[in-house]
Design a protein around this ligand. Structure first.
Ligand SMILES: *Cc1c(COP(=O)(O)O)cnc(C)c1O
Length: 456
């Protein structure tokens, strides 16, 4: 007899993962190393430690250790908002009339409203352990900055956030949440850094970009004694911390004998997707099970589906190490997409390598169809999803509708990364019927890719 599957599966405290899983350990083709932009040689732990906390630099470069213990203090913090539930979307299935079974892993149950807190607490913890005074970072849509301010407040660290200017102006409430947690928030580009002043001189009145804000945050960390820079996505260390999503999801599936056929995640820098799929991918890589993995990205910023797999800069100021990744070019400025968290020009090197090896697929979707899926989901499942998360909802619904045609009873699992309460201006545009879809032309992408760094 199989156990009755609850509507929401919460793991017991004793069943919670105590280690993160590092999928690189099981990858035959390892992600390419980060390169030092000055020497074009692989970055060493020592070099990376100038920018990042030492322990995080070690995690960044470790592609051998499969399981890494989660320190007790982080486990204790996770208990405030984890486990995240694995939810059966019965109402959505019914509304679609599909024979497919749809599950989602919901990461929006904390004040940051997203999965980003999983890595924020880990990065703040290692900074504290190292005896640092504080950390600097950038934030685009604001979820990462919020998550980091929460983690820093908890541990008593100073937190300096460079927030992309248009977002700083459009999302004053996100800014106030960060300030409530004690963070110092600066609109980027700003006059407080050399690179910020340079960008402002070159592009007066610019509303900023993630790439600029990263450069400013790195400079700020390097200029202050006792500070390091932290990043909320893209890096392999972030995927490692986010593996908590997949480990919990897999434990919940195993407990109730649920076997996902398709696993779907939205992809900005690749951290939630990488975290969700990692343990399942591990099984696939070891030949123990098979799954279909789908990354979903916006048609306005299609790094996997239309980018190139090459070495590129991670930031506009070109101060960060070079990473080999699917990229649209570090100068690519996506149109004002409403999925702010998915606007990065590149993709995690782990996700890029898995995709290049044909172990997963990718799709790009247009934002009006994403908001249509968000609305449909909100009306039947009750949760108002983040625009980023709604990319995964779009493809989950598409796959469920295919099952309706074929009569297949597939099990679909997707990552619902967060809530959309701070994105009501975007919802307003959609509700008013004035939201557009912008898809870059081949020419635009070519132009941006023409400026890639030359790496032999
Ligand atoms: C930041 C963010 C994303 C995208 O980032 P990834 O690193 O690709 O996971 C997706 N959803 C939400 C809610 C976010 O805040």
């Amino acid at each position: 007899m199989s156990k009755t599957i609850p509507y929401k599966i919460y793991l017991e405290e004793s069943e919670l993962p105590k280690q993160w899983y590092n999928v690189r350990a099981d990858m035959k083709n390892k992600p390419a190393p980060l390169l030092n932009p000055a020497t074009m040689q692989p970055m060493t732990v020592e070099e990376l430690s100038d920018v990042f906390c030492t322990e995080l630099a070690k995690q960044e470069l470790d592609d051998q250790t499969a399981y890494i213990d989660i320190p007790q203090e982080i486990l204790d913090f996770y208990k405030m908002y984890r486990p995240a539930p694995l939810v059966r979307a019965y109402c959505l299935e019914k509304a679609l009339g599909t024979p497919a079974k749809i599950y989602y892993k919901f990461e929006g149950n904390n004040t940051s409203g997203s999965h980003k807190l999983n890595s924020a607490i880990a990065q703040a913890y290692y900074a504290k352990q190292q005896g640092l005074k504080g950390v600097t970072t950038e934030t685009g849509a604001g979820q990462w900055g919020t998550a980091l301010s929460m983690a820093c407040a908890y541990l008593g660290l100073d937190c300096q956030v460079y927030m992309v200017k248009c977002s700083y102006e459009q999302k004053p409430f996100r800014r106030e949440v960060m300030r409530t947690y004690g963070a110092n928030v600066t609109p980027s580009p700003s006059e407080t850094t050399e690179i910020g002043r340079k960008i402002l001189e070159e592009f007066p009145g610019t509303s900023g970009s993630l790439g600029c804000a990263i450069s400013e945050a790195v400079e700020a960390a390097q200029k202050q004694e006792g500070y390091r820079y932290v990043l909320g996505s893209v890096l392999t260390q972030v995927l490692l911390h986010q593996s908590i999503i997949g480990l919990e999801a897999m434990a919940a599936c195993d407990k109730y004998d649920i076997k996902p056929d398709i696993i779907i995640g939205c992809a900005g820098g690749g951290s939630n997707l990488g975290g969700l799929i990692s343990p399942f991918m591990g099984r696939k890589l070891r030949g123990e099970a098979d799954y279909e993995f789908i990354a979903v990205e916006p048609a306005s910023c299609p790094s996997l589906t239309r980018g190139k797999y090459v070495y590129d800069f991670c930031d506009t100021g070109k101060v960060c190490p070079l990473a080999k990744m699917y990229t649209l070019g570090s100068g690519f400025i996506p149109s004002a997409s409403h999925a702010g968290g998915l606007r990065y020009h590149g993709m995690s090197s782990v996700v890029s390598q898995l995709y290049d090896d044909g172990l997963m697929s990718a799709r790009s979707v247009e934002q009006t169809s994403v908001f249509a899926a968000a609305q449909q989901f909100a009306r039947v499942e009750g949760i108002l999803p983040a625009p980023e998360s709604s990319h995964a909802i779009r493809v989950a619904i598409d796959e469920a509708m295919k099952c309706k045609e074929t009569g297949e009873e597939k099990t679909i699992l997707f990552g619902l990364t967060g809530t959309g309460y701070f994105d009501m201006m975007s919802y307003q545009k959609f509700n008013d019927g004035v939201m557009g879809d912008y898809i870059p032309t081949d020419d635009e992408i070519e132009k941006s890719l023409a400026k890639l760094p030359k790496v032999e």
